[in-house]
Design a protein around this ligand. Structure first.
Ligand code: AMP
Length: 429
């Protein structure tokens, strides 16, 4: 039994409520991003917040931070082991197979947005519940699809008012060439095992590509001399990478090749990329989006045939916390032009029908139907800065009219209910 005294009226650590303007900012961003994706031929998908825990183990990789430290795993009352989704790609791949999307013309292009969960240490730009907008192109290995995904991420961020971001890109090879590079990397780091940090010694055992993610100053000289993936790429991987870069150049998308970019998850192959805020003297560059190719994920999930695919996710919380980000308001949100005031029980009873007439005419209204007195309602109307008030009293109910008052000039007009919508539309906001 949980005692009443233990109820805490606060969100769990690293999680937030989105209310009012902030909610609209998220909604506006997701609407804009969805619109861009739809114009490029993507379809929407929503998957459950909970998935079977096992889905993530063999896909993201047992020795990744997400699985080792950050997965919210739980056992249900029925005994199922489920996990709060830490990312979107694996659930979407699950959905691809579950709904037999391989029988449709390929590639399948999907976009999604929603909350994701990682039990990390909350800090600036890092939450335990965060929101992503993501894109997946499944069923093509062609370099144009990598370029398409990068283009979309760049376009969405530009539309969000952030055109000058640093795009870093790398290729981490395929199952032919990556093992050779990986072996060389391990051999090299083993020789320097005494000089690297404790975390890197762990990475060397479990997830050697992550050695290249290390930010510890002690490891930097060793990292600088480490075998670079670019020298180990096989001919098809080199060709693929070259084509992706050519596509980006043709689209005038500026990028930097970063051969240390590996993006820790097991499922990546060939192209990986990240879009970040440039580092300043005081702050390191913060990643706003990242993605890459995941040609072997389908097989890792038990798929019979190879399914090349590429995708990306944009961190909405970080985008919306970036100074200078555009205030993208959702389409649905309209600032009411008129505040509805009702006086007397007859008017109160009629008020919802009047609001319904205005809803049909697509005119949003503010009101405080729970209040009775004129002065209270006028006081609220004044505080909201809404330019017009619409007053329905006993007499107006009988006459089938309302009084429309200009809150700035205090001039008033009597308008019939039949003419009300057109009259309100004609008023300047
Ligand atoms: P990832 O799924 O790790 O590739 O992350 C893609 C993007 O999601 C990152 O570039 C971040 O912008 C964002 N992101 C990832 N983890 C978090 C987090 N814990 N809190 C806030 N944003 C995050």
């Amino acid at each position: 039994m949980i005692k009443k005294e233990n109820i805490k009226l606060q969100t769990p650590k690293g999680m937030r409520d989105l209310i009012g303007e902030e909610y609209y900012r998220y909604q506006g961003f997701f609407e804009k991003a969805s619109e861009v994706a739809i114009y490029y031929g993507f379809q929407p998908i929503e998957t459950p917040i909970l998935e079977s825990e096992s889905l993530f183990y063999h896909s993201i990789g047992a020795h990744t931070d997400i699985i080792e430290k950050e997965l919210y795993a739980l056992r249900t009352k029925g005994g199922d082991r489920l996990a709060l989704r830490p990312e979107g790609t694996v659930p979407i791949m699950r959905a691809y197979f579950e709904h037999g999307l391989q029988s449709q013309p390929q590639p399948i292009m999907l976009y999604y947005h929603g909350p994701f969960f990682r039990h990390d240490n909350p800090q600036k730009g890092r939450y335990r519940e965060f929101r992503q907008f993501g894109l997946e192109v499944m069923g093509s290995g062609k370099s144009i699809t990598d370029a398409l995904v990068i283009r979309l991420v760049s376009t969405i961020l530009t539309e969000a008012g952030l055109p000058d971001l640093a795009i870093e890109i790398n290729s981490i090879g395929d199952r032919d060439c990556r093992p050779i590079w990986r072996r060389e990397l391990v051999n090299y780091y083993r020789k320097h095992a005494k000089d690297i940090c404790a975390d890197c010694r762990e990475r060397l055992k479990d997830n050697p590509l992550r050695l290249l993610d290390c930010k510890n100053p002690k490891c930097q000289p060793i990292k600088a001399e480490a075998p670079s993936v670019i020298s180990y790429l096989c001919v098809p991987c080199k060709q693929h990478f070259k084509e992706v870069l050519e596509c980006l150049e043709a689209m005038k998308i500026t990028y930097t090749i970063n051969n240390n970019l590996v993006r820790g998850l097991d499922y990546y192959s060939r192209t990986v990329f990240e879009v970040s805020l440039p580092a300043t003297d005081t702050e390191p560059g913060l990643a706003l989006a990242g993605g890459g190719r995941y040609d072997y994920l389908a097989r890792a999930l038990g798929g019979k045939k190879p399914l090349p695919a590429v995708g990306a996710a944009i961190g909405a919380d970080r985008v919306l916390a970036t100074p200078g980000v555009a205030n993208l308001l959702p389409r649905l949100v309209k600032k009411p032009k008129v505040f509805f005031i009702q006086l007397g029980s007859e008017a109160k009873m009629r008020s919802l029908s009047v609001i319904e007439i205005l809803r049909h005419a697509r005119i949003p209204v503010a009101h405080s139907l729970s209040k009775d007195s004129l002065s209270t309602q006028l006081g609220i109307a004044e505080k909201t800065n809404i330019p017009y008030a619409m007053i329905l009293g006993q007499k107006e109910v009988i006459d089938g009219t309302v009084i429309v008052r200009d809150m700035r000039t205090r001039s008033q007009d009597v308008v019939t209910l039949d003419d009300l919508a057109d009259y309100l539309k004609s008023l300047k906001g």
